[in-house]
Write a protein that binds this ligand. Structure first.
Ligand SMILES: NC(=O)c1ccc[n+]([C@@H]2O[C@H](COP(=O)([O-])OP(=O)(O)OC[C@H]3O[C@@H](n4cnc5c(N)ncnc54)[C@H](OP(=O)(O)O)[C@@H]3O)[C@@H](O)[C@H]2O)c1
Length: 240
């Protein structure tokens, strides 16, 4: 009987979460490193969920960065990349894939923080054929993890064009975002951010060692693009 005394309160709390779509169960300070298309898509979306956003820019005083901060909302600001990361518990690496590993090193000690890695890294052979431009057989995500061994990397958002990140329904229905990572709590935090965005769902595809598969999807896209322009995304199979 004693155990049941708290049941109504527990039910009320979980029902409140259920009936308030997009409710932020945890409030984060999120450093969005970079101020390009992906940063400008994700920063305002995360701000809408009640999180504090700090853009990390090589030139935070630039007029375009100030405009992005203003568009993101009252809880947003900009700083240098390392200052932004130092303030945050989640660091989004919205930078070109080829520099992401070095940027991670330059951010300073990221121990304990969650790194959201949306990067892609595609090179081209002399004839234009694209390839996954990562040394060895691994992924950019694993290079980033090795550059910040005390952090918890989650790969997400690299399989979706920035336009569909902010307007998934323009693709004809909800879009699923595959995530991979080795830390369950970090994946849960990123999954919560994704579910807080209208029209996005999460598929957990397993450990960070699968990141090369997600990064390889852009290689397929870039190759086919030479003859047939197309976009791509994953969508949950409808229930029969
Ligand atoms: N574009 C998409 O639709 C899309 C979709 C999914 C994934 N991605 C991946 O997500 C990442 C970001 O994409 P994006 O299109 O937003 O990239 P981007 O416009 O090429 O670059 C993003 C930002 O990174 C910073 N940056 C550029 N060069 C840098 C350097 N050498 N060192 C440090 N910072 C540098 C810049 O911000 P500051 O000038 O303010 O420093 C820049 O605005 C990429 O890895 C991309 O492959 C892109």
């Amino acid at each position: 009987m004693r155990q049941n005394r708290f049941l109504p309160l527990a039910l009320l709390v979980s029902l409140t979460a259920l009936v308030t779509p997009g409710v932020a169960l945890a409030v984060h300070t999120i450093a969005v490193i970079g101020t390009g298309d992906v940063a400008a898509a994700l920063g305002p979306e995360f701000a809408k969920q009640g999180h504090t956003i700090v853009y990390g820019s090589r030139d935070p005083a630039r007029a375009e960065v100030e405009a992005l901060v203003a568009r993101t909302g009252a809880n947003a600001s900009a700083a240098t990349q390392s200052q932004a990361a130092a303030r945050a518990d989640i660091v989004v690496l919205a930078v070109p894939g080829a520099v992401a590993e070095q940027v991670t090193r330059d951010l300073g000690d990221l121990s304990g923080k969650i790194i959201l890695d949306p990067t892609n890294r595609v090179g081209r052979m002399a004839d234009g054929t694209p390839f996954h431009d990562v040394p060895g057989k691994g992924s950019n995500a694993e290079l980033i993890q090795a550059a910040a061994p005390g952090a918890r990397v989650v790969k997400a958002f690299n399989t979706l064009n920035w336009r569909q990140m902010v307007d998934p329904l323009s693709s004809g229905g909800p879009v699923s975002i595959p995530i991979v990572g080795d830390d369950a709590d970090a994946k849960a935090a990123i999954a919560e951010l994704i579910r807080g965005m209208d029209g996005l769902e999460v598929i957990d595809l397993g450990p960070l060692s699968y990141a090369y598969v997600l990064e390889g999807m852009l290689v397929v896209w870039a190759n086919a693009l030479r003859s047939t322009p197309f976009n791509y995304h994953l969508r949950r199979q409808p229930a029969n």
